[in-house]
Design a binder for this molecule. Structure first.
Ligand code: FAD
Length: 439
């Protein structure tokens, strides 16, 4: 039997046993967790990772690398992966959907773990059981790498109709899926006038992406003869990242096409009149994409694993050194759901997934886990003809007070293009990351 067939059979066996219902028990799996004190002495400890994004994919792969004797299951609610990084480029036709789309089956097969296409719903912490839409699954170590959800509270409060209209009519497109398709259609069909993009306060997903998106949409309008302006309503009083690179692009490349508004917090929406109000202005728009605050996903709230931080209303409540949920020794959170002030970005989440995999492997091997810095590296395109890019590299350090600080923060904000007018490095970075997660 070929390896592909063996893995298929293994996955099927897993599914067959766990699809017997949430209340049903899987005797093979539950046997593993009867004696909690022996978790680290087990021959084949079971590591369950919820969330197949940048953090979860890195984690599932690297637990197998650092502790090959472990059994790793990746639980992901989507049946295929679509990348957010490079999706701004897809919005304006620089890359096709195939470039962004990848197979979880390939990732699992190539990296020796099991992929379970299911939604995590609950955890029985006493029995170390994860409850999913497809049944129950036992774990010795459980990691939530579940990314973010939107938090419309500051805009909509309890007005569910407004929240629903904002979600459907003006999606943020910062979580992959239909929202991106809707936004692409909006850009393509735009007839002219004001196109609003908002930038939330707090630590939102990909600090650079809203500014990059503004540049690429303005560039698209320019090259497609669309008499449109991109209005960036930034809740902060300054461009949050690569300030020099973006502000010079707004000023020199898009003087007539981008209006940057700092401290522009929307206090009122009139969606029927297509108008928003701030403290100072009333702005009408022809179309928009409203990016709200972000928060840790609701499953973590339901499990009482969240807290308020200086950055956001709802973030995961973990020990910042070990990534363990406070008070629970074998449940971790990493990636964008974490509370630390690290950039909520794919490279950061990926490197953190590798680091947490190492810490779990260390525990499995009876060693003390050692914290390592995640690495943020981020390329932003400013224009298409020629392609120009700016970039950033950051590491972090764990402070004596138990917090985080920046280390080795480097930015290159002079617009870069190679001799062929291409932003080669951005594409190569994405390709190498996809290869690392899926090949
Ligand atoms: C437009 C845009 C551009 C970006 N550009 C860059 C860039 O250039 N460079 C960069 O480094 N980063 C970039 N990012 C940021 C990057 O996409 C995120 O930081 C990264 O995806 C975070 O990884 P994660 O694993 O924490 O979360 P995610 O990638 O969101 O993964 C979380 C996964 O968990 C799954 N999940 C959630 N809940 C459950 C559940 N209950 N059960 C099962 N599965 C669940 C989700 O379906 C999802 O697949 C960009 C983002 C956007 C939106």
């Amino acid at each position: 039997m070929k390896r592909r067939e063996v893995l298929k059979v293994a996955s099927l066996a897993l599914l067959t046993t766990i699809t017997s219902g949430y209340g049903a028990t899987n005797s093979v799996m539950h046997d593993k967790v009867k004696d909690k004190s022996s978790v680290n002495n087990k021959k084949n400890p079971k590591v369950v990772v919820v969330g197949g994004g940048w953090a979860g994919l890195a984690l599932a792969k690297h637990v197998k690398v650092f502790a090959p004797q472990s059994e790793v299951v990746l639980v992901e609610k989507r049946d295929h992966f679509v990348s957010c990084p490079m999706s701004n480029e897809w919005l304006v036709g620089l890359v096709d959907l195939e470039f962004l789309t990848h197979s979880y089956i390939d990732a699992a097969e190539n990296n020796n773990y099991t992929f379970l296409n299911a939604t995590a719903i609950d955890v029985d912490k006493k029995r170390d059981i994860l409850i999913t839409s497809e049944g129950e699954i036992a774990y010795d170590h459980l990691v939530f790498a579940v990314g973010i959800e939107y938090d419309y509270f500051n805009w909509a409060k309890d007005d569910k109709t407004l929240e629903q209209r904002l979600r459907n009519e003006y999606p943020a497109a910062f979580i992959p899926g239909s929202e991106h398709i809707t936004l692409k259609e909006k850009i393509k069909n735009f007839k002219g006038g004001n196109f609003i993009l908002t930038v939330p306060k707090g630590n939102y997903r990909c600090l650079a992406a809203p500014y990059e998106r503004a540049c690429l949409i303005a560039d698209y309008f320019k090259h497609n003869g669309i008499d449109g302006k991109v209005i960036i309503m930034d809740e902060s009083n300054h461009i949050r990242i690569k300030d020099k690179g973006f502000s010079s692009a707004f000023e020199e490349l898009y003087k007539d096409r981008i209006v940057y508004m700092p401290s522009a917090e929307i206090l009122e929406f009139d969606l029927d009149k297509k108008m928003v109000k701030t403290d100072f202005d009333e702005i009408t728009f022809e179309d928009a994409s409203f990016y709200p605050n972000v928060k840790a996903p609701s499953i973590l709230e339901k499990l009482h694993m969240t807290k308020k931080t200086p950055f956001n209303r709802i973030e995961a409540d973990i020990d910042q050194y070990t990534y363990k949920v406070k008070g629970i020794n074998n449940i971790y959170v990493c990636g964008d759901a974490r509370p630390m002030g690290f950039s909520k970005s794919g490279n950061t989440a990926f490197s953190e997934g590798v680091n947490v995999a190492q810490m779990i492997a260390d525990e499995i091997h009876g060693k003390d886990p050692v914290w390592k810095s995640p690495v943020t590296t981020c390329f932003s395109l400013l224009s298409t003809k020629p392609e120009r890019e700016i970039s950033l590299y950051t590491e972090y350090r764990y402070t004596k007070k138990g917090g985080m600080d920046f280390k080795n923060n480097l930015t290159d904000e002079a617009w870069k293009t190679n001799g062929l007018g291409e932003a080669k490095v951005a594409y190569s970075w994405a390709e190498s990351m996809y290869k690392n997660m899926f090949a």
